[in-house]
Design a protein around this ligand. Structure first.
Ligand SMILES: [Cu+2]
Length: 252
């Protein structure tokens, strides 16, 4: 009877306070950070992303209307949305683990990531951050910029930044692959940010390479995202202490 009374009062308390009874607060328990991974049980996936075929149409950037920015570039500025090397090396591909990770919490880095506006370009153009990690915007230009993300899962916002103005610090509280950013003043300015709840993502460099380090041994689905070419998925398994090679090819 006492147990029944306790259960009932617990039920009503829960209904009134929207809090759980017995077994602790599972939400806050789930948020506790898991212990570090065993270094003997992790591996690396590394690879190269290439593009073959006919390049999709891509626009040259003409910023003659803004001499303060145009002056910062020598000659014609090549397209930024499709950067391909001589052997098809594809730059600015966001590669990340889409599925296969163990269910656990991954600590949010305390170091922020930065996007600078210089010569009327967002730099870097593509990057990844974790949920809750700080994203800092700086403006090195002697001109006003505007930062305007249009997310799928996070709140849309829109902030203007004065010439060489105060930095703007933002966070995203939900996963989002990818968030497009634009500048409402300069229509060619674009950036793309992937927000994930884990740290297993990379952006390909000039040589098309990427590396996903400290992955628990397992079988994964990787997705590669490119702003003009869309997405590709591959399955890769990595064993403990292994460095697995996994190349990704985009064709058009
Ligand atoms: Cu701008």
């Amino acid at each position: 009877m006492i147990n029944l009374m306790r259960s009932l009062s617990c039920f009503f308390a829960a209904a009134l306070l929207l809090s759980s009874c017995g077994g602790g607060d599972t939400k806050s328990e789930a948020k506790k950070e898991a212990p570090p991974l065993d270094p003997a049980a992790i591996g690396t996936i590394t690879g190269k992303v290439t593009f073959s075929g006919e390049k999709p149409a891509s626009r040259h950037i003409n910023m003659d209307a803004v001499p303060a920015c145009a002056n910062q570039h020598k000659g014609e500025l090549p397209p930024q949305d499709m950067v391909v090397g001589k052997a098809g090396e594809l730059k600015n591909v966001f590669v990340y683990v889409k599925a296969g990770l163990p269910a656990r919490q991954w600590p949010t880095p305390s170091t922020p990531v930065e996007i600078n506006q210089k010569g009327c370009l967002f730099t870097p153009r593509v990057l990844g951050i974790m949920v809750g990690q700080e994203l800092v915007f700086t403006n090195d230009d002697p001109t006003m910029h505007n930062i305007h993300p249009t997310p799928k899962n996070n709140r849309e916002w829109n902030s203007s930044q004065a010439p060489k103005g105060e930095k703007i610090v933002k966070k995203f509280d939900k996963e989002d692959v990818m968030i497009p950013f634009k500048c409402n003043v300069h229509p060619w300015m674009r950036a793309n940010v992937g927000v994930l709840a884990h740290p297993f993502f990379a952006v390909t460099s000039d040589d098309g390479s990427f590396s996903l380090k400290d992955l628990p041994a397992g079988e994964y689905t990787l997705e590669a995202w490119h702003e003009k070419l869309g997405t590709q998925e591959i399955k890769v398994s990595v064993a403990a202490k292994e460095t697995k090679s996994a190349d990704i090819a985009f064709k058009k």
